[in-house]
Ligand binder design. Structure first.
Ligand code: PMP
Length: 354
């Protein structure tokens, strides 16, 4: 078969399952349980299909202007693309070059990072988490020379979040000539963003998504914020790959979503309240629950392998995620749904494992 050596060796990312055999309560891919803003629905209802005759704006100017206004930046400091996965992919291509040393990221984190390294031929080294499974940024500083750093804050699948002070210390002690990419996919659920650091650190790039707090995972829209030079590099990577990764409808809907901050603040508040209530209930059942600042929790119960919990819950019609690696094997990651979803899960766990 006419397959390249590259594709023969490639190990693709495996996304959370979407089985079609029955209706599941889906708590496995950190989707938002609430619908997008009514303004999004209105925009879809009144959209004139004539607009699809023409190519979209390759610079996504309207959307970038809105994002810049929201975060107190200039549009030249904002990049958007087809989901934050694609933004991340362009970051790996644009900033990390292992002729200058290895890329560093935590040993337990978003499992797409090693896949991008494989895809672009970037050598990497992982940095251990602390015994309590939180990120330990000191580990990044002892590993020079490196070609850059990427980490998710809050991290996944653990859900723990580092305070701004620790992130600041890392940036103060890391060479300004190497990029530090912080993946803030889950930051809106109570974490401290590194956004205030953008003015001080020219090597910092923050990546975000509309998939989680904006309830638009199906739309595929992600963005990055950083200095103009970094954003220009992302545009160069994009324009060498696809001129139009963000279609006309997505650009419009993204803008509409950004115009309804009160709605999104309300649903984010509800998810946070449900997470706290659910975490307490799990603790009450004797589970170990990591402190989460995300729309999911990472939990384990002594003596019961995570895989067994995952399988029993699947039989009961509830999907959660299990990561079969050394430090995560005992745990399951549970997306926070509505209160009634979490009550159902608590009942199932009480019945299955008490
Ligand atoms: N970063 C992290 C840490 C994630 O968990 C996810 C979701 N799988 C993404 C990025 C990608 O999100 P999306 O492509 O939907 O924007």
């Amino acid at each position: 078969m006419a397959l390249s050596q590259r594709i023969r060796k490639l190990k693709p990312y495996v996304a959370g399952e979407q089985p079609q055999d029955r209706v599941y309560l889906k708590l496995n891919t950190n989707e938002n349980p609430y619908p997008p803003s009514a303004k999004v629905q209105d925009a879809l209802r009144t959209f004139d299909s004539e607009r699809l005759r023409l190519y979209p704006d390759p610079l996504c100017r309207g959307l970038r202007r809105r994002l810049a206004e929201k975060y107190g930046l200039s549009p030249e400091e904002v990049f958007v693309s087809n989901g934050s996965d694609e933004v991340l992919s362009f970051c790996f291509y644009a900033f990390f070059d292992s002729t200058e040393g290895k890329l560093l990221f935590p040993e337990v984190t978003y499992s797409f990072y090693p896949v991008y390294c494989d895809y672009y031929g970037i050598a990497f080294e992982t940095v251990p988490l602390s015994p309590s499974l939180s990120l330990d940024l000191r580990g990044f500083l002892g590993k020079n020379p490196s070609c850059g750093i990427i980490f998710a804050n809050p991290n996944t699948p653990t859900g723990t979040c580092l305070p701004l002070g620790e992130v600041t210390r890392l940036l103060q002690n890391y060479p300004p000539s190497k990029a530090v990419v912080i993946d803030e996919a889950y930051i809106d659920f109570g974490g401290e963003s590194a956004l205030p650091l953008l003015s001080d650190f020219s090597n910092l790039l923050i990546v975000r998504t509309f998939s989680k707090s904006m309830s638009l995972a199906g739309l595929r829209l992600g963005f990055a914020m950083g200095r103009k030079e970094l954003i220009q590099a992302l545009f160069a990577a994009k324009d060498a790959f696809n001129s139009y990764p963000v279609n006309t409808l997505t650009q419009l809907i993204g803008e509409m979503a950004l115009s309804d901050e009160p709605y999104y603040n309300a649903i984010t508040g509800k998810i946070i309240a449900t997470r706290e209530r659910f975490s307490k209930a799990l603790l009450g059942l004797g589970w170990h629950v990591l402190p989460s600042k995300a729309n999911f929790v990472f939990a384990s119960k002594k003596g019961i392998p995570g895989k067994k919990v995952y399988s029993k819950l699947k039989e009961a019609g509830i999907l959660v995620r299990h990561f079969d690696k050394e430090r995560t094997r005992d745990f399951i990651r549970i997306t926070i749904g509505k209160d009634e979803d979490m009550d159902r899960l608590i009942d199932s766990l009480a019945n299955l494992f008490s």
